[in-house]
Write a protein that binds this ligand. Structure first.
Ligand code: F6R
Length: 241
């Protein structure tokens, strides 16, 4: 696990964008593993800028998002599908049919998990996966648990995650309580991983992830076992290292 500290959020985002740009230059048909939340917004902004300046091309790339809320339609402004359209997809030349987000409205959610996992496998797995970090150490929606869930699955969100995510909704009651998420095994099968964390609230989980024991009580700690992880932090997130 390589740990890089940036001056601030914007520099963290630029460093991450360089890695994604290099990936697309080296392998134009890369499979990109993408995340939502506040943390990767700056990365997406930089990728859009690089695309507009003609430096990167998404026309052969495809993408798989980490997760989606159960019950939100793709056009719901709070859905992760909608977020991705707003933050990245509609501003670059990735083909819409090459972008995948789990379907949180599927009639049979277990079948949707199996379908999503096998679609990712058929695409050859993610070449590069971006991750944010939950204040409880979650990655994707893999919450602290007794064991590491392997494959894409349904989760009930922890109170702390519902609380943290309520900032994106009008009220806490509107935050969905369930989600579909890639499992820890799915995430670990990405060939390379870029984890981003910014702000004081991430300092504690960052310390556990980098220095602590590998435990499903802090899901991100499993990344210590991955052969190609870069962790890019701003100074506040790095403050307890
Ligand atoms: C988002 C995701 C989550 C977030 C995490 C951090 O797709 O899977 O694990 O990365 O909750 O969220 P932010 O970036 O909003 O602090």
């Amino acid at each position: 696990m390589r740990v890089v500290t940036a001056r601030d959020y914007d520099q963290m985002s630029r460093k991450a964008a360089f890695i994604f740009a290099a990936q697309l230059l080296r392998k134009p048909d890369s499979v990109l593993g993408l995340a939502t939340g506040d943390t990767p917004k700056g990365l997406y902004r930089e990728l859009i800028r690089m695309h507009r300046e003609g430096d990167i091309d998404f026309s052969s790339a495809s993408s798989f998002n980490l997760d989606e809320y159960v019950g939100l339609r793709p056009d719901d402004p709070q859905s992760y599908r909608h977020y991705m359209r707003e933050q990245l997809f509609s501003h670059v030349n990735i083909r819409p049919e090459s972008t995948r987000v789990p379907d949180g409205t599927a009639g049979d959610l277990d079948a949707e998990c199996v379908r999503y996992e096998s679609a990712l496998r058929s695409a050859g797995g993610a070449d590069i996966q971006v991750l944010g970090l939950g204040t409880d150490g979650h990655i994707g929606f893999n919450e602290p648990d007794q064991e590491f869930p392997a494959a894409t699955h349904i989760v009930r969100l922890d109170e702390s995650t519902i609380e943290a995510n309520s900032r994106f909704f009008r009220s806490r009651e509107e935050v969905p309580t369930m989600a579909i998420t890639m499992g820890i095994g799915t995430i670990m099968s990405a060939r390379s991983i870029v984890l981003l964390a910014s702000g004081r609230s991430k300092a504690e989980p960052v310390r556990g992830m980098v220095r602590g024991p590998i435990t499903p009580r802090l899901p991100a700690s499993v990344l210590q076992l991955h052969p190609d992880v870069i962790v890019i932090l701003d100074e506040e997130a790095a403050s307890l290292l």
